[in-house]
Design a protein around this ligand. Sequence first.
Ligand code: C5P
Length: 316
Amino acid sequence: MSPEAGKTDAAVVVRVPAKVNLALCVGPRRADGYHDLATVFQAVSLYDEITALARSDGQITVQMTGEGSEELPCDQTNLACKAALVLREWAGDATRHGVDLRIVKQIPMAGGMAGGSGDAAAVLLACNRLWGVGLPLEVLSELGAELGSDVSFLLYGGNALGLGRGERLTPQPVTGRLEWVFATAPRGLPTPLVYRHFDEMADRGAIVPDAELSPDALDDLCSGEAARVAARLRNDLQAPAVELYPQLADTLEAGLAAGALAGLVSGSGPTCAFLAADAASADVVASRMAATAGGVRDLRRAYGPVDGPRIVTGRG
Ligand code: C5P
């Protein structure tokens, strides 16, 4: 049979943003291996684009191009692929629904910006439309939470408080716009490794796990005012990420020297996020860092919060 057999021309294109955690407060390891969090998510303007092409032969395939895609498995262990499988299982028709997923990546892989979770969120949205499943966002979000702790947020975007594993969300509307510079790293940092190192540091007393975020801190973080946000940025995974990847300490210092109001490791890293006073200063931070910071793969300008994934075009 030709590789084109079983395809139809129905296609849905979805663009999904990356995220940064303005606060990531981590409690002790739970019995199920996860950690309770209080986190403030912000969706930022770096995007992956997912094209879903319907197949009528039941096959699910994934192709990736762009940022770091050479490191990705394009098989059933890929989170994008799993998202399609979970939705198909829900829809209950394994023989009819198939899809070719084409993912163009701009969000760094294993970078602490939820690139994998974002792709999974986009696939849920795209296949929901492509296959005519018609699930509301709330149900997609529940399916997403089974795939990964950040998938639910990536379905909504914007700014939100995340509790539990990060999947229990309360939207936090923000009027202002924050200007960011992201310094990506030459290699990734697997999230489970960083959490394991967090536990090890807690065992030796170097960290006190604490998943509490004060109401004042939450107010400041959701004020949309760069100076108030900068004073409250917090990432409890930063210390373990820096111990595992010592170069990040130099990157963080380089961002401050370049004029950022504040810098922190994004999520479990190794991407570093720098908050600037305004768009012009962020441009300056990016260009100064490009000239001075070693050990950085790339520098990206972005802003947040932005909306969650959107269907850009759809037929079918
Ligand atoms: O949920 P997700 O698959 O993104 O998590 C990846 C890994 O990160 C988990 O297997 C777990 O080791 C760790 N994790 C955690 N506590 C959380 C979220 C993630 O320990 N709240």
